[in-house]
Ligand binder design. Structure first.
Ligand code: GMT
Length: 375
């Protein structure tokens, strides 16, 4: 098939899922056309089946806000006509689903029909999409999509609860490339971070408020009172300086390292003894799955779809959002019992294997066939 993929070119989340899906589809023989405003970070390979179309928005003194959605719709029209796309798959509803609707209407006037599939990723529904400034457009463009998928059962439920959705939502969970995400022995690096054999706790995210990174630091401070430990925080974003201040306030700053945005995140994850994901909202928790694939058990909140990935008492522990005492108690229990810790590492890997891209890719291919043959 010839598939257009529209996404945000981000380091994590929906952008990574869309990029990795496109790469896997290309490997499976499909022709994949990425349509974004800049090259996605993980689109770093050469493949005869991958094409990249940049959306550029012409600026004009009148524009206080650049009309990206119009430029995106125009680019979708152009790519669909010239590359003869069979399907457009947009990731993250805002503004991709409504831009796709516009493109579809324009193409209809030209006698071309192209089905649109929208994949909902999380904050497009649970946070931003609910805002009155977006809600009517989100509802409309979801209902007008030929196919809609959500990355977890929890997100599907939230979508039906929050919006007046008339169409069926298919759950296709996120996935992992187990060749890339696997434990790699880097003992020398671990030794430089934890010279006295301290336990290494880790968190990766975009440092937005919704991640509740203050809970990560508070859990760490409680663990460190009982067990020698270090904390590594990977990523960057608006909450970073507040988190640095909290580390100083709790007097843990000398045991916390901020590594910023990293490309080879799997190298760092391989060093961790435990991964923390304390989010207030999380439709899936791809970061937790990446850690689990590197044999790292997860201490998490019970937000959204996290419990569909991290199984309480098996691959780690799940606590109520904000219950830092329970999270710390679980972390201490796991880290002070080597047998339990080893079992949870093995369980984490076994669970990650259930989300192997090799298993999930055919679900998307079948869904594509279903939607294109129906419309
Ligand atoms: O986590 C973020 O804030 C980024 C966000 C995105 O849209 O890129 O991630 C969402 O999509 C990911 C991929 O499907 C999910 O794994 C994340 O759980 C989800 N984030 C939230 O729901 C907050």
């Amino acid at each position: 098939m010839k598939i257009g993929i529209v996404c945000y070119p981000t380091y994590g989340g929906s952008g990574v899922v869309a990029t990795e899906l496109g790469k896997a589809l290309a490997l499976a023989g499909h022709q994949v056309h990425f349509i974004t405003y800049t090259q996605p970070p993980r689109l770093d390979i050469f493949s005869e089946n991958i094409f990249y179309h940049e959306v550029s928005v012409a600026s004009y003194p009148l524009f206080e806000y650049l009309p990206y959605e119009s430029a995106l719709a125009s680019k979708m029209v152009d790519v669909t006509i010239n590359e003869k796309l069979d399907l457009i798959h947009v990731h993250y509803a805002i503004p991709h689903a409504s831009a796709a609707y516009l493109a579809k209407q324009i193409l209809k006037y030209k006698g071309i029909h192209v089905p649109v599939i929208t994949t909902l990723h999380g904050t497009d529904i649970t946070l931003v999409g609910r805002d009155p400034s977006f809600e009517p457009v989100v509802t409309f463009s979801i209902n007008e999509s030929d196919g809609v998928t959500a990355v977890s059962e929890s997100l599907k439920k939230d979508t039906y609860d929050e919006f007046e959705i008339l169409s069926h939502i298919e759950v296709i969970p996120n996935f992992i490339d187990l060749h890339r995400f696997q434990k790699r022995p880097h003992e020398h690096f671990k030794k430089s971070l934890c010279p006295n054999g301290e336990k290494l706790l880790m968190h990766t995210s975009n440092f937005r408020a919704v991640k509740r990174i203050e809970d990560v630091v508070r859990v760490f401070a409680l663990v460190r009172k009982k067990i020698p430990a270090k904390l590594v925080l990977i990523g960057d974003g608006p909450e970073r300086s507040g988190i640095e201040a909290l580390c100083r306030e709790l007097e843990v700053q000398c045991d916390v390292r901020f590594l910023g945005k990293m490309d080879g995140i799997e190298e760092a994850l391989s060093l961790a003894d435990l991964f923390l994901l304390t989010s207030e909202k999380e439709s899936f928790g791809l970061a937790a799955l990446e850690a689990m694939a590197c044999e790292v058990p997860v201490i998490s909140s019970n937000a959204g779809g996290i419990p569909e990935v991290n199984i309480h008492g098996v691959t780690g522990y799940v606590s109520e959002i904000g219950d830092v005492k329970d999270m710390a108690a679980n972390a201490i229990k796991m880290l002070s019992d080597p047998t339990l810790h080893d079992q949870m590492k093995a369980n984490a890997l076994a669970r990650a294997k259930e989300f192997d891209i090799v298993k999930i890719l055919p679900l998307y291919e079948k869904y594509y066939e279903r939607i294109t043959s129906k419309s």
